[in-house]
Design a binder for this molecule. Structure first.
Ligand SMILES: CC(C)(COP(=O)(O)OP(=O)(O)OC[C@H]1O[C@@H](n2cnc3c(N)ncnc32)[C@H](O)[C@@H]1OP(=O)(O)O)[C@@H](O)C(=O)NCCC(=O)NCCS
Length: 429
């Protein structure tokens, strides 16, 4: 962070105030409003949805939505998706640098060592109804980690982080096995993080399971693309909950719940549901594009638009290519991919979408890849959660280590009734 000797001047009701500018390492300028309320005699800023508000100073992820740039700790997403692994990206996001060979070896074996869950935790799974959504199960199970592995202060931080990373894979796979009535498959330490997840998801005790390297690689790529996205709804939730200085598990469980909604991580499932709906309706793409533009309809093209990216989402560009490649390599013909491509072409040449800078986002093609890998729709957002976990952890850790750390407590503009006297119910009409 560079603090400039430059100021923003604000005139309110004839009084002039000066506030310093803060410039980030990528020259992003902001006005330092930390002393705004105290200087201006209780005036506050109004910014619902926080679209203009920097809630923290962060070293983790840089996004330039206009230019379609996404970098983790300075490394372009394209290079990481092409050359790195999800495990390495976890290390990078959480510890700030790429690991040395020995650091990476140690990190991987520690993750392996902690991937089992306490046997009694399996009983929780028995208590959920068979059709429980795996996101609800995942959030609950992450929360319940604090009962088995209680938070004993920040000196155990690294252990907590490793446990979380290692066990979420197992919890997610067990949630899936429970939902389809198959026996739980225990983790295997000879497999990679992703390979082991696939094995716990798809192996059955009665026959050997071999991890398909094509599937492993594309899933690795997908999770790398999801690993962090600076101050989005779920990361901000994690920071918000963490700001009361509770344990990491409760903050991450809250992040999972925030991610679940269709305007955030739930969009990948919503995309596939939308494509199926179009397929059922004689592949009538034009009808749905028209509906998305109709102001009397609440229908939106799922997987289109982004609060930050206003030209293209770099993750969607990588995933579009990956979707075509993986379907090709696995010899799968998915009619939903054809519909998605047609929908993208129609929308991208339509004035409504051009004017509003609405482009496919990361969720548009990720569902098609998950389908090709055999991952069921209700697990899509769980996959996103596994991918986003290192980002949430890095955001939580950074916030906890911040010397300016404060409990999050926004203000409001009250616009309700003015003071009035209570009337006993017997006197009311
Ligand atoms: C992601 C999203 C929530 C971003 O929202 P936002 O930045 O707050 O944008 P707004 O909701 O203000 O939308 C701006 C305009 O574009 C329109 N718009 C936004 N996304 C749209 C979509 N997917 N389909 C049709 N119209 C859309 C809005 O109706 C609005 O039109 P208006 O200016 O005429 O009122 C939004 O684009 C959306 O709902 N997308 C679909 C869900 C999705 O894919 N989410 C995953 C995000 S990774």
């Amino acid at each position: 962070m560079v603090e400039q000797n430059e100021y923003a001047k604000i005139i309110i009701k004839g009084n002039e105030y000066e506030f310093p500018l803060i410039v980030g390492s990528e020259d992003e300028i902001s006005i330092d409003f930390r002393k705004f309320r105290s200087t201006t005699n209780n005036i506050i800023t109004y910014d619902p949805g926080y679209g203009n508000t920097g809630s923290c100073i962060s070293n983790i992820t840089f996004i330039d939505g206009e230019k379609g740039i996404l970098r983790y700790r300075g490394y372009p997403i394209e290079q990481l998706a092409e050359n790195s692994t999800f495990e390495e990206v976890c290390y990078l996001l959480i510890y700030g640098e790429l690991p040395s060979k020995s650091e990476f070896q140690k990190f991987k074996s520690t993750l392996n060592y902690h991937d089992l869950i306490h046997e009694d935790m399996k009983k929780f799974f028995e208590g959920f109804p068979p059709n429980a959504h795996p996101m609800a199960v995942l959030s609950t199970m992450i929360s319940s980690l604090s009962t088995y592995y209680p938070y004993n202060g920040d000196d155990q931080l690294d252990l907590q982080i490793i446990r979380l990373l290692a066990k979420v894979n197992t919890l997610a796979a067990f949630a899936y096995k429970k939902s389809i009535g198959q026996p739980y498959i225990y983790p295997r330490n000879d497999l990679s993080y992703i390979g082991d997840f696939l094995h716990m998801m798809f192996a059955v005790p009665s026959e050997p399971y071999h991890v398909n390297p094509v599937v492993e690689r594309v899933l690795d790529k997908l999770l790398i693309l999801h690993a962090d996205h600076e101050q989005n709804c779920s990361a901000s939730t994690v920071r918000m909950v963490g700001s009361s200085q509770g344990g990491i598990y409760s903050a991450i469980a809250a992040g999972v719940s925030a991610l679940w909604g269709p305007l955030h991580g739930g969009a990948n499932q919503a995309v596939i549901e939308m494509l199926k709906m179009i397929q059922k309706d004689n592949n009538d793409v034009d009808k749905y594009v028209k509906k998305a533009k109709d102001k009397n309809s609440s229908f939106r093209l799922m997987g289109f638009g982004h609060r930050v990216y206003k030209n293209f989402d770099p993750r969607a560009t990588i995933l579009k290519k990956a979707a075509e490649e993986v379907l090709n390599e696995l010899g799968i013909q998915d009619p939903l991919l054809d519909i998605a491509q047609k929908l993208e072409n129609v929308a991208l040449s339509d004035e409504y979408f051009i004017d509003r800078k609405l482009y496919p986002n990361v969720d548009f093609y990720s569902g098609i890849i998950y389908r090709a890998l055999g991952i069921p729709e209700n697990m899509f957002t769980v996959m996103f959660s596994i991918g986003r976990l290192p980002g949430w952890i890095a955001q939580w850790k950074e916030s906890r280590m911040d010397p300016d750390f404060k409990i999050h407590r926004p203000r409001q503009i009250y616009n309700g009734p003015n003071i009035r006297n209570y009337i006993p119910v017997s006197d009311r009409i």
